[in-house]
Write a protein that binds this ligand. Structure first.
Ligand SMILES: C[S@@+](CC[C@H](N)C(=O)[O-])C[C@H]1O[C@@H](n2cnc3c(N)ncnc32)[C@H](O)[C@@H]1O
Length: 199
C-alpha cells in the first residue's frame, strides 16, 4: 500500500489491508500499543517518559479517546496516536504483521457473569492476532484485579507455546492506571507478561 500522508494525516489508498501504522508517526521508533487504554494515565505517562517509543492507544469509548487526545496535545506529545475502535478488531485487522513491540492490556473488562464470558478479550483467537502482529520477541503485558479472569488469562497464555513467560511488568507509581489506583489496597492485582518466541 502506498498511502498518501504526512505524519499527522494518513489516507490509505485501500481499506482492505492493515493500516500502514508506522507512517502515522514522524519517526521509525518502535511501536507499542495500550489496548483498552481507558482514561490514559499509563499511556500519557509512558509516552512522556519514553519519547523514543511510539504509542498507539486503543479504546472503544470515544469520550476517553477525546480526553487522552486533549491531554496529549496540551503536553505536546508527538509519539501518541489514538484509535477509537474495538480491541480485537484493531489487533486482528488493523495492526500490520510483525509491527508491534509490546501490547499493554491493563484491566480488560472482566465480564463477570458466566453468560457474558464470551465477550472477554483473552481467548486463543485473540492470541493469534497478538502473535501475528508482534515483532519477534515482542511482549504482552496483562494485569487485572479480577482473580477468576486472571486465572483464565494465565491459562490461555501459558497454553500457547508460541509465547514464553517472563517477569511480570511492574509499572512505576506514575504509570499505574486509573483502574489500578481505584483498586489499590482493595484487591490484589494479578500481572503476567510473555514474550513471542522465535519460530
Ligand atoms: C476497566 S477499563 C481499564 C482502562 C485502563 N486500561 C485502566 O487500567 O485504567 C477497560 C477499558 O477498556 C475499554 N474496552 C473494553 N472492552 C473493549 C474492547 N473490546 N475494545 C476496545 N476497548 C475496550 C473500555 O472502554 C475501558 O476504557
Amino acid at each position: 500500500m502506498q498511502p498518501q500522508m504526512d505524519s499527522a494525516r494518513i489516507v490509505p489508498d485501500d481499506w482492505l489491508n492493515p493500516l500502514p501504522i508506522a507512517h502515522c508517526f514522524a519517526s521509525t521508533n518502535p511501536i507499542e500499543v495500550d489496548l483498552g487504554c481507558g482514561k490514559g494515565r499509563f499511556l500519557i505517562e509512558r509516552a512522556r517518559t519514553h519519547p523514543d517509543v511510539n504509542f498507539i492507544g486503543i479504546d472503544r469509548m470515544l469520550r476517553r479517546i477525546r480526553k487522552i487526545d486533549n491531554r496529549a496535545r496540551r503536553l505536546g506529545l508527538k509519539n501518541i496516536r489514538l484509535l477509537r475502535v474495538e480491541g480485537y478488531y484493531a489487533t486482528a485487522y488493523l495492526m500490520p504483521p510483525d509491527a508491534i513491540r509490546a501490547y499493554y492490556i491493563f484491566f480488560p473488562d472482566p465480564w463477570p457473569k458466566t453468560a457474558h464470558h464470551k465477550h472477554r478479550l483473552f481467548n486463543p483467537r485473540f492470541l493469534d492476532a497478538l502473535h501475528r502482529t508482534l515483532q519477534l520477541e515482542g511482549l504482552v503485558h496483562a494485569a487485572t484485579d479480577h482473580a477468576e479472569y486472571f486465572t483464565e488469562i494465565c491459562a490461555v497464555l501459558r497454553a500457547d507455546s508460541r509465547f514464553e513467560e517472563i517477569e511480570p511488568f511492574q509499572p512505576t507509581p506514575d504509570e499505574r492506571t486509573d483502574f489500578e489506583l481505584w483498586y489499590e489496597g482493595k484487591t490484589p492485582i494479578g500481572r503476567i507478561s510473555l514474550r513471542k518466541r522465535a519460530p
